[in-house]
Design a protein around this ligand. Structure first.
Ligand code: FMN
Length: 365
């Protein structure tokens, strides 16, 4: 297939046995062990480069290569432009954060605008050549796209609207990560304002009509039936984040893993990082509300010590408990077993759906 905008042949999806992706999860959960287990079970895993130094990313890749020969991807946060009018609201917000931080005896962090060492990460990855580099929060410059493509790396861009999908296709993406409103953690599209707040199935249907690129569906998928649903809806791969958070290979903080089992609602909030993200409702999301400044990563850096102290103390009320809407379905099974079970259950679900439509699986009906 060629990209309809650039006319350049797209880099095909990696040849994997099972169309299941372990979504990138920065901040601890996505370890090299998790990515290796998923890859060895025939799925496809991502190492996160977000919040990691260039050296740590290089070490993670090294670690992974020592564990598994399966293809893998690396996820990078595209730098967000500075928003001076939003950054100007940070000092006032800091006073509210300070009151919570005092509860756990934590200092405030220093709110700066950084790009998370974007250029150096791109340089490293063009040398290390993972099968895929995915970007969230935006579309990188043409030079970055060209550089990764020249290294034979497939580029996946995260989209949360049909408009994003058109822009990402036009920028030369090889596949689109279609992130529904149900998804855990940050909104990954070009904007986090999202007046339409599209759930995964309508988003897939709308995106399918504006691009021929392969689609990777993410958001709220937690069992085999969910995998089957997105494949039937036209996705090539199903990507799950929260479902892997309680696997033993994941580096999820124990307080976070435990909270996922509680029937708490989720909310989409800027309170922790300045970028909208889905988290379990807790005292911090209630107290800090949703009028936090849209200043990422300034707010992320401001609240980091509060969240680290809460994590260390096992205090579920003062950290970001990222979670997708189906979080109570996350199980403590080994990641490879989860991949195999999801695939088997997806086959069963598709067979049942085919039978319900009056046909035989694989038959003419
Ligand atoms: C704890 C956590 C961390 C995440 N970190 C990242 C990240 O670093 N980069 C990224 O593109 N997406 C990140 N995501 C979003 C996932 O890639 C994916 O869109 C989401 O997990 C799908 O929804 P689900 O959690 O309901 O499966 C994260 C999700 C979670 C739950």
């Amino acid at each position: 297939m060629t990209n309809p905008a650039s006319g350049i042949p797209v880099i095909p999806l990696p040849a994997i046995a099972t169309p299941i992706v372990a979504a990138p999860m920065a901040g601890g959960p996505s370890t090299p062990g998790l990515v290796a287990a998923v890859g060895d079970a025939g799925g496809f895993g991502f190492l996160p480069a977000g919040y990691r130094s260039v050296e740590q990313v290089a070490d993670d890749v090294d670690d992974l290569l020592g564990r598994s020969a399966a293809p893998f991807g690396v996820n990078v946060f595209a730098p967000l432009p500075e928003r001076p009018e939003e950054a100007a609201r940070v000092p006032e917000y800091a006073e509210r954060v300070a009151r919570r931080a005092a509860l756990v005896d934590a200092p405030l962090g220093v709110p700066e605008h950084t790009d998370d060492d974007f250029a150096a990460k791109v340089q490293l990855l063009s040398r290390l050549r993972p099968a895929v580099v995915s970007f969230t929060f935006g579309i990188p410059h043409t030079e970055v796209m060209d550089r990764l493509h020249a290294a034979g790396i497939g580029i996946w861009l995260t989209v949360t609207s049909p408009e994003d999908a058109l822009a990402a296709t036009g920028a030369g993406a090889d596949a689109l990560v279609v992130q529904g409103w149900e998804a855990g953690a940050h909104r990954g599209g070009l904007s986090d304002e999202e007046p339409a707040q599209l759930g995964l199935l309508p988003l897939l249907a709308l995106v399918r009509r504006v691009t021929p690129l392969p689609l990777v569906a993410a958001g709220g998928i937690a069992d085999g039936a969910g995998v089957a649903a997105v494949l039937a809806a036209g996705a090539s791969l199903a990507s799950l984040g929260t479902a892997f958070l309680r696997t033993p290979e994941a580096g999820t903080a124990p307080v976070h893993a435990a909270a996922l089992t509680e029937p708490r609602p989720t909310t989409v909030t800027r309170a922790f990082t300045g970028r909208r993200a889905r988290a379990l409702v807790n005292a911090a999301t209630v107290a800090l509300g949703d009028d936090a400044p849209a200043a990422y990563p300034e707010v992320h850096l401001l609240t980091a010590p509060l969240r680290a102290a809460a994590r260390a103390a096992g205090d579920a009320e003062n950290l970001h408990l990222w979670a997708g809407q189906a979080h109570t379905l996350a199980e403590t099974v080994p990641a490879g077993e989860l991949v195999r079970r999801l695939a088997a259950d997806a086959r069963t679900a598709l067979a049942a759906a085919t039978a319900a439509l009056g046909g035989r699986p694989g038959g003419a009906g």
